[in-house]
Design a protein around this ligand. Structure first.
Ligand code: SF4
Length: 292
């Protein structure tokens, strides 16, 4: 069995999460957390646009499930001297990785990962590190690793500056050299029983784990963290012994919204402040709301 780059990233976040993903691929939690059609389409369009910045390449256009055929096609493209390969596929040490854009340099190769974000984020570096590890282990001389992300300053319809390319070679290489023992440990863990991992911040970092309902205790109704207060104030309230909004006595130094929330929760009724109609009078219909 081989592990995909995404599975390795799941395992680096939490071996227990990886174990469930591999041993229960049909779990209801996974079906619920699948990317939407819209997200997939967005990623596909961004990837296609990104390729225009390294034109004339060979696309490994083989179904994604056909791992060995994809790897073979990549080897053939490299063997025929292709200067650019899109979605190049590599398999080494039981790990499968795909490279959005692989470019042949005067010496060695550059890997570019395309992201539809507006900046480089820490998970992107782990992602590229896994690619650097697998591609290097496949015998390719990797000299550069880049993240190509969307440019906040680009203004439609001029898309000439749609992307920014950031060189993260050093950061990815630093992570990549530490990967082999971590990957080996994940592979061993997958062969055993469910790993014992305590809950913690890693359950939401870098991505919310789909299995939180299995590991985390059932939240109390109206638990304190649902109160509209700053994190510091929530910590202070928790330290004072309050566990839920239902526990909060009147007269605490809450902001106006949190105080309204406390009253609504404790009375079980919607609170409409007397000044609401007056506050809304300044707006001219028709009104539209943008939530994001
Ligand atoms: S909820 Fe946390 S501990 Fe449980 S599998 Fe997910 S990441 Fe691991």
């Amino acid at each position: 069995m081989h592990l995909s780059r995404t599975r390795i990233l799941n395992g680096l976040q939490c071996p227990k999460q990886l174990w469930w993903r591999v041993h229960e691929p049909g779990a209801a939690e996974l079906l619920r957390s699948m990317p939407s059609q819209w997200e997939l389409e967005e990623g596909r369009k961004v990837a296609e646009l990104a390729r225009t910045h390294a034109p004339g390449g060979v696309l490994i256009d083989i179904p994604h499930g056909s791992v060995r055929d994809r790897v073979t096609a990549t080897e053939e493209a490299l063997g025929s001297g292709a200067r650019v390969i899109y979605e190049a596929a590599f398999l080494a040490g039981g790990v499968y990785a795909q490279v959005d854009i692989l470019e042949r340099l005067d010496r060695g190769f550059a890997l570019t990962e395309v992201k539809s974000s507006l900046s480089v984020k820490p998970p992107h570096l782990n992602d590229l590190a896994v690619q650097v590890h697998v591609v290097s282990a496949s015998g390719i001389d990797v000299r550069a690793a880049n993240v190509m992300h969307l440019n906040r300053d680009c203004v439609h319809p001029d898309l000439t500056n749609l992307f920014v390319i950031e060189d993260v070679t050093a950061e990815a290489a630093t992570i990549a050299v530490r990967l082999p023992p971590r990957i080996a440990a994940l592979q061993v863990a997958l062969g055993g029983s469910l790993p014992d991992v305590a809950i913690g911040r890693h359950c939401d970092d870098p991505h919310p784990c789909p299995f939180k309902s299995r590991c985390w205790p059932v939240p109390l109704p109206h638990e304190l963290k649902s109160l509209y207060q700053s994190h510091t104030q929530l910590v202070d309230l928790e330290a004072a012994g309050y566990a839920t909004i239902l526990d909060l006595p009147p007269g605490l130094d809450l902001n106006a919204i949190a105080e309204r929330q406390r009253r609504a929760v404790q009375t079980g009724r919607m609170v409409v402040e007397p000044g609401l109609a007056e506050a809304l009078r300044v707006f001219e219909p028709p009104l539209a709301y943008l939530d994001f």
